[in-house]
Design a protein around this ligand. Structure first.
Ligand SMILES: Cc1ncc(COP(=O)(O)O)c(C=O)c1O
Length: 367
């Protein structure tokens, strides 16, 4: 019997930082700073510095971050927001929660990121914004998409949920759009010990609005300027994320080493990997491949105690939740191909070289 290799094992990282985490959590308890407060504010300052943005605003999930970003730009009923078909569904929830309509466009066949040509073709008189997703941790073609946004007077919002520390042409993502949304869900590269998210922006007005919206539409206690939400980050998340952020670059560097091993080692012609343009410095939140016969490859790997993930088996435009929008199979062929053939290899900083070699050998053995 060989040791199991899971797609993700959070316990190994916890073992490395458990003493610092325990001390940070006790500190929150002793100061009873459970909702918002100094631990969140400290993390916000750290993340703003890290991402090169004037503002980082802690919220209770990446989904909320997208929702608030949409409200900040004024997206609402009657507006269309262009989003990639190949992403986690929460990218589309942002516009939907704001009352706008997501318009799904295809990815490119090689980078699997949003296709700028498809974005331009989807623009109508109602288009308000484009959400680009740094999918699997790899930046999308920001210059191309922001050029289109500028040309048509649209907002660009980054969905950086999977991309803490990824770089586009040398600059960390999060400051390219009007706003950006990060997720701190536990499995993310910068994950909390519960739900969490961050909005970043360089605009003081957006920052003030997002801070108010996350706190019941209030800047002064018991005075409410508009209908707001309870979307504050909790103190435990602020404290844990502040413990983890100084280690993020080291963990991301190890993910890059593992990705390089996969890239060098996987030779099976029945498998393809995400195309990497020279301007995209991915932090490999996920290492997704496609296989000509996914089911067969999964069975083959599982028989060798290797357990891959699936991101994502149904593209957004074909989800039942959006059946009313009238999309059909064939509308986004590249995203549909990916959904039908994708498989996520084990990827986390604590994987050993031996484990990575086992995954590579198993894939190369597959016929
Ligand atoms: C691309 C993308 N967008 C948005 C989200 C939503 O983040 P959260 O799960 O923190 O709400 C996620 C995370 O799952 C994601 O992967």
């Amino acid at each position: 019997m060989t040791e199991k290799i899971a797609f993700l094992d959070l316990k190994r990282q916890y073992d490395e930082i458990r003493e610092d985490v325990a001390a940070a959590l006790l500190d929150v308890c002793s100061k009873t700073a459970f909702s918002g407060g100094p631990f969140v504010e400290n993390f916000e300052r750290m993340f703003a510095l890290y991402s090169g943005c004037r503002h980082a605003i802690g919220v209770n999930s990446g989904t909320s971050a997208l929702h608030l970003a949409m409200l900040a730009i004024g997206a609402g009923p009657g507006d269309e927001v262009i989003v990639p078909a190949d992403t986690f569904i929460a990218t589309a929830w942002g516009p939907s929660y704001a009352g706008a309509t997501p318009v799904f466009v295809d990815c490119t066949p090689d980078t699997w990121n949003i296709d700028p040509a498809k974005v331009e073709a989807a623009i109508t008189a109602r288009t308000k914004a484009i959400i680009g997703v740094h999918l699997y941790g790899q930046p999308f073609d920001i210059d191309a998409v922001s050029g289109i946004a500028r040309k048509h007077g649209l907002f660009l919002v980054e969905d950086a949920a999977q991309a803490h520390g990824a770089r586009y042409k040398g600059t960390v993502v999060g400051s390219f759009g009007a706003l950006a949304a990060f997720s701190c869900y536990p499995g993310k590269n910068l994950g909390g010990y519960g739900e969490g998210g961050i909005v970043t922006t360089n605009d003081d007005g957006y920052a003030a609005h997002v801070k108010s919206l996350r706190n019941h539409g209030s800047t002064e206690r018991y005075r409410h300027d508009e209908i707001g939400f309870n979307m504050r980050m909790d103190g435990f998340q602020g404290a844990v994320l502040a413990v983890k952020l100084p280690r993020l670059d080291r963990w991301n560097a190890r993910r890059k080493e593992i990705a390089a091993m996969y890239h060098r080692g996987i030779k099976n012609p029945a498998v393809t990997m995400q195309g990497q343009p020279e301007w995209a410095d991915s932090i490999y939140h996920l290492f997704v491949i496609t296989a000509t016969d996914r089911q067969a490859l999964m069975k083959h790997l599982e028989a060798r105690d290797i357990f891959p993930g699936l991101h994502y088996p149904v593209p957004c435009h074909l989800q039942k939740a959006y059946a009313n929008l009238g999309y059909k199979a064939g509308d986004c062929p590249n995203a549909e191909y990916l959904a039908a053939h994708c498989l996520s290899l084990p990827m986390y900083a604590e994987l050993t070289d031996g484990e990575v070699a086992r995954v590579i050998d198993a894939i190369n053995d597959w016929r």
